[in-house]
Every structure is written in structure tokens, then in C-alpha cells.
Ligand binder design. Sequence first.
Ligand code: TRP
Length: 332
Amino acid sequence: MARVLSGVQSTGVLHLGNYLGAFRNWVSYQEHDDAYFFIADLHAMTAEYEASSLARSTFDVALDLLAAGLDPSRCTIFVQSHVPEHSRLAWLVECTVSYGELTRMTQFKDKGAENEGVRAGLFTYPALMAADILLYDADRVPVGDDQRQHLELTRDAANRFNHRYGEVFVVPEAAVPLFAARVMDLQVPTRKMSKSVSSPLGTVQMLDPPEEIERKVRKAVTDTGTEVRYDPATKPGVSNLLELLAAATGGDPGALADGFGDYGSLKKAVAEALVEMLAPVRGRAEELRRDPGHITRVLEEGAEKARAVAGPTLDRAMRAAGLLAPPGGFAG
Ligand code: TRP
């Protein structure tokens, strides 16, 4: 069995893009692989955030993950800050990667390089992410395109550490997603559906009630003309709707286009398919809301299982890097 690991930041409620692009894949990994999924609350602190709502967001993301279908008896689900090994290994990674490498990360360049006041944690973010991955000897890491560069850095860090200090880390690979849906904003179909850009009408939340889904799809921006055709360059709105339909029903967006004579009937079909796909997710979310203690227990057990793997890896790394054994000795 391959070890698979991925994380999601605890910012904002999860939307259709997260579900189709990430969580649906996560759910299928748990069937075949030894899968670890965590909520990256430490990463959420790298940008401005509300201290009074961070814990709530973390909890809500846990609920969303379980609602999406992650099953704690088949995978390990935990919160990053509950496993102190993450921040401890991050230091060793920071002392492995270079200032120049971190400076070249496009996410940092886009979000903060120009700004003196940007948090240092945003700069070292990829080192923490590398630690997240390396602690678990992960073979494969499903990430979106925006995180590919961070994964490359993780591989470089692992190889460099192994070369300097001896074989400690498994060098991870990016996982090719089983479903690769690219979901665009319904109001601005040239932009990815995002939880950081506010677009209430353009973003379908994973737990939106059916009426909301129908309303948002009905109001989705379409393109000039009336013909339903899959052509993302000239028909971004209609093509996004076809992508969504394909993602929800399993068809091919180009072939699906032939079945529709006008935009209205396409929208109706998309809304129906999304409502149907998300119905079980909403159902599970309702049950989970009635039993928050269950979520707390899942996260407790998850942290325990995670530490059982992360602890020995951290010790192995500390020993290899030459640190003095702590009282009681190294475990790994
Ligand atoms: N940086 C990732 C994101 O924003 C979240 C993340 C943190 C992650 N640590 C990770 C993903 C480790 C995969 C593996 O999407």
C-alpha cells in the first residue's frame, strides 16, 4: 500500500471547487492507500486571520471532510497543530532549504514579497509544508497546480537532507488526480472558484441547500450567442457549466454539449446534477452537526495515530542531523 498524504488550510467554508478538485479524490484514496489527511491550521496563520474564529474554522473543515466522505476507519484525519512534530521538523527543513529557494516560490512572490510587513511565516510556509509531508514517509501527495512548486521544493529538501546526513526521508511524488475538475467562478468564469476571493454568487458552497445551488447556477454568467458548445477560450461560461456537468455525471464536456439546444436547459441539468451529487454530503453534514463530540473524538484519535508515525521520523531526523539525544534518548 502506498502512503498518501494531503492537507487543506482551515480558512473559509469549502466549495464545489474544493470538492471536485480535491476531496472527491481524497475519498477515493482511502479505498486503496494508507491515507493521511490533515487540516493545516498553522498554515492558516501565515496571513491575517481572526483568532476568535480559527478554532471554529478548523472544526468546520473537519466536519466538511467527514461529510465529503472521509472515513476515519479507513484513513487518518488530524489537525496539524495537534501534532507538534510538524513545527519541530519544519525547523530542520528551514535549515536545509535556502533563502534563495524560498524567495523563488511563486506563491510567496504573488502574496507577499513586495510587502515589508508580510509575516515571516508566509516566507517559510513551504518548509512547514515539506515537514508535513516528510514526517509521514509519504509516497504520493495529491496537490493542486498552485502547490506543485512547493512539492518540488519538498523533494529537493528531502534529497539534500538524505545526502548530507544519511537516508532519513522518503522522497515524495505528486499524485496524478483521478478526477481533475477545474471549476471556475460562476460569475467570472475565467477565474478559478476560490475561497479567498469573495464572490458569493459565483461560488457554490459544498453545503449550500438545493435552492441556493439552483439560484447560483441559474444566474451563472454565460457567453454571447446561444449555442451550447465546449470551447473554454471563446465560451468560458458555458464551458464551465459543461465541465461541472461532466464532473458530476462522469461524462465528457465536449460530448455532453450536443445534448442541449439552449443555455436554459443546460443550466437546469447542471443544477440538478450538482444537487444530486451533493445531497449525501449535506445529509452527512447534518448528522455530524447533531454529534459534534464525534468530530472531536475523530480528531483525537487521528492525532494519536499521526504522532505514532511522525514521532519516530522526527527523532530519526534529529539524530541524523547531529543533535544531542534528549533525556530518555531518541525513539526513532
Ligand atoms: N499548502 C496547501 C494548500 O494551500 C495545504 C497544505 C499544507 C498541504 N501542508 C500540506 C498540502 C502538505 C499537501 C501536503 O493547498
